[in-house]
Design a protein. Sequence first.
Length: 411
Amino acid sequence: MTLLIDHAAPTIATTVIAGVDTHSQTHHVAVLNAVTGALLGDRQVQATEAGYRQLTEFVASFGLITRVGVEGTASYGAGLSRHLRAAGIDVAEVIRPKRAVRRQGKSDPIDAVAAARQILTGETLPVPKDCDGLVEQIRVLLTVRRSAVKARTALLRQIKSLLVTAPDPIRVRWAHATSTDDLITALAATRPHPATHDVAAATNQGLRHLARRYQHLALEIADLETDLTQLVDAANPALRAAFAVGTVTAAQLLVTAGDNPDRLSSEAAFAALCGAAPIPASSGKTTRHRLNRGGDRQANAALHQIALTRLTSDPNTGLYVTRRRAEGKTNREIMRCLKRAIARQMWHVLVHPEPVPDTTAFRQQRQHRHLTLQNVADSLGTCPARISELERGLRPNAQLANAYQRLLNLA
């Protein structure tokens, strides 16, 4: 009896998952069977485009790739994540293994297998940010600006310290500087004796060098903020048009959300990401919540800055604070609630941005109705300079623009 074998019969493709332990120079990948969890193989590749291709081909050689877990998708694994997503492969951001898992030892193969097993367990893993769009450009410039601001602050402290210990004639000369800008401008314009002359000359030379360095950093920061403004307006015009959201705060919120803000499934998830979600802190008869001190602290600082601005300039925020204080909330608890409410609003603006009113024609419409800047400012409860900035598009504000449009329609 002869058995006939049909070689054309379809076979069930093996589905596989992979985990990658990333480093600056090399990546180590482990491949598991997506059904049984058996280890199929592991390999180390270079952290280069050629290495990424080798890694992808190695994983695909075992079967159909279901998902790849990558450690550090925003750092060492950024390049690999971009390569995998471009190839149409689902990428998940893998969290560092827990200490209990590490008791079995630590090595690149062990960490790669642990990363793959996190996917196998069905844990809800974060969707990594896209790092190849406008927001990535914003992130780079924002990082550079942050370091420049830090350096400028350190320079100002150095100048003030030198003035404290400077010889009496120098201290007396600069004791009555009206502002920091005036002090820096005057120090940069001095022409002291050579530093080798005496202590006073060395001090004056040092102050001039520091002042000129401060001016250079100020120009650098201004240039960066100009570029950031253009990128933020291109990425999400509605964000900078939200009340009390400036260029830097908008840039930080965009960086936190990433080029794919739809990865934030809900406003609660965004609030937790920003460290603005309340955490239960109850004990015994006390029932309360406190601020979350985790999450993205830069995003939390951006929410805090928005809250501070609204506290001083938004009547509705003032009413909210009054109501909360009447409920017995402390100032810290009120700030927590306010930042949570702002996070909710910012999520909607990031994920579902609305069209920003076009203010380019406001000036012509106002002049056609024989209204002055002062007339409009008085009607809207603001200052003429703010209306002028809105008309020229320097400081967009959707709330003020809508009120201005209604005023023009009624005039």
